[in-house]
Design a protein around this ligand. Structure first.
Ligand SMILES: [Ca+2]
Length: 221
C-alpha cells in the first residue's frame, strides 16, 4: 500500500499501524464487571433497544486495547482485513446489535466495525444506526478491495442517540457498512443498533412483493 493511501485510510477510518505489547483484558461490560481500567459500565435506560431477532456483533467491547488489533471486524484497518458478513433475509430486513467507542486509555484509537453485504441485484436499501455514542455510518464500495477504499455514502450523529440513515440505490455487488465512533478520543464504549432494509437473497420476493411487504410493515410496525 502506498504511504499516501495508508495515511488516507488512517485519516478516514482511524488506527491500526501501532502494535502493542499488552494482553487485552478479558472482562467487559456485558457481564456487568468493571473493565480493566476500573470503569464501571452499567447501561440504564438506553436509547438503544436490541430487538429479539437482532444479530449480536459479538466483538468484545470496552477493554483497553480493543481496537488494536481488531481481529473480529476491523475491515481494512485489520491485517489481514477481516469483515463481519451479514446474510440477507426473505423479509429484506436485518438488525445488528453492536458496540463502539474509543480507547479508554486515551491513545487515540477507536473501534471500527465493518459489516459486509452482497447485493445479488440492483437494490434500494436503507441503512440506519442509532447509538449511545456519537457515531459515523459509511457505505463503502468493496469492489476494489482495501487498496482504493471508496466511501459512497456517509452519515454522522454528532450527539448520542441521534438516529441517522442512508437511503440509496446500489448496483449489485459487495459493500461494507462501517460503524464507529465519530472521534478518536473520549468516547466511552456504547452500544448501537444497525438496521438494513432492502437486503434480499437471490430468489427472494419480486419488486412488487417487496413493495407490498414494505407497505405492510410501515402500516403495522
Ligand atoms: Ca470492531
Amino acid at each position: 500500500m502506498r504511504f499516501a493511501t495508508f495515511l488516507t485510510l488512517i485519516s478516514l477510518f482511524g488506527l491500526t499501524a501501532i502494535a502493542h505489547a499488552g494482553v487485552p483484558p478479558t472482562t467487559n461490560r456485558l457481564d456487568g464487571d468493571p473493565v480493566a481500567d476500573g470503569v464501571e459500565c452499567i447501561v440504564l435506560d438506553s436509547c438503544v433497544q436490541c430487538p429479539a431477532d437482532g444479530i449480536p456483533e459479538n466483538e468484545d467491547p470496552c477493554y483497553d486495547w480493543y481496537a488494536i488489533p481488531d481481529i473480529w471486524n476491523g475491515g481494512c484497518n485489520s491485517d489481514p482485513p477481516i469483515f463481519q458478513i451479514l446474510d440477507p433475509t426473505c423479509e429484506g430486513s436485518i438488525s445488528v446489535c453492536g458496540w463502539g467507542g474509543t480507547d479508554p486509555g486515551g491513545m487515540g484509537w477507536r473501534d471500527t466495525d465493518w459489516y459486509e453485504i452482497t447485493l445479488v441485484e440492483p437494490s434500494q436499501i436503507t441503512v440506519c444506526v442509532v447509538a449511545e455514542i456519537p457515531v459515523n455510518l459509511f457505505i463503502i464500495d468493496a469492489a476494489a478491495g482495501c487498496a482504493t477504499t471508496v466511501i459512497l455514502h456517509e452519515a454522522y450523529a454528532t450527539v448520542p442517540c441521534e438516529p441517522v440513515c442512508i437511503q440509496t440505490a446500489l448496483a449489485a455487488g459487495t459493500y461494507w457498512l462501517w460503524v464507529g465512533a465519530n472521534d478518536f478520543y473520549s468516547i466511552p464504549c456504547g452500544q448501537y443498533l444497525l438496521t438494513v432494509d432492502g437486503y434480499y437473497p437471490e430468489g427472494g420476493p419480486s419488486a412488487t412483493e417487496r413493495t407490498s411487504w414494505s407497505t405492510m410493515k410501515n402500516q403495522y410496525k
